[in-house]
Design a protein around this ligand. Structure first.
Ligand code: XMP
Ligand code: MG
Length: 178
């Protein structure tokens, strides 16, 4: 399928399933090499990362823990501004290598929030994996250690990513036709 329609919007194929598969295997190889001697816990940021994480981690062959967290849709207002709460971290992260698994980093606001809340739990080190990065939109200095694709600043759906809840089950990634 070269184009899909969700509500009134048209999306055109941007990354084929095979290209995604190759990138996922490449990242898994890097993780296998880099983390084999570490006490690793993967923190998968739901919902969008569910397919990426499943494909990535079935190719990760070292001992590890895997847990799933979610950003609450509720935004609290604090002195620092708007923060979203990270829910579902019940694990002890102290002295562990924590690997955040994200589907997409756009401005980086979400990632920044996640990083700050994880750092409060004193991990030994923090690594970040994202399938997609929009470099033109990214506003933070945090190093992103593993990147599947750098993509233009356009809205994308598929392979876990949604538009209004739809499109997550598509095996390719599609970009909005403006
Ligand atoms: P920020 O700006 O916080 O955005 O880095 C990250 C979150 O925003 C959503 N997002 C997208 N979702 N297609 C999507 O389906 C996109 O192109 C897109 N850009 C940002 C996503 O929830 C991500 O975690
Ligand atoms: Mg996300």
């Amino acid at each position: 399928m070269d184009t899909i329609t969700i509500h009134d919007s048209t999306f055109r194929i941007f990354l084929q399933p095979g290209e995604i598969h190759d990138a996922v295997e490449r990242i898994a190889r890097q993780l296998n090499n880099d983390l084999h001697d570490k006490d690793v816990i993967f923190l998968v940021i739901l919902n969008g990362s569910f397919l990426f994480a499943a494909d990535l981690l079935r190719n990760y062959h070292n001992s590890c823990r895997i847990s799933f967290v979610k950003i609450s849709s509720y935004e609290g207002i604090t002195n620092e501004g708007r923060i979203k709460e990270l829910i579902g971290i019940n694990e002890i992260l102290e002295d562990k290598t924590v690997v955040i698994v994200e589907d997409i980093v756009d401005t980086g606001n979400t990632l920044d929030c996640v990083i700050n809340q994880i750092k409060e739990k004193h991990p030994a080190e923090l690594k970040i994996v994202t399938l997609l990065l929009k470099p033109e939109a990214y506003e933070y200095p945090h190093k992103i250690d593993y990147i599947g694709f750098r993509i233009p600043n356009r809205f994308v759906v598929g392979y876990g990513l949604d538009y209004d809840g739809f499109g997550r089950n598509m095996t390719g990634i599609y970009s909005l036709v403006e």
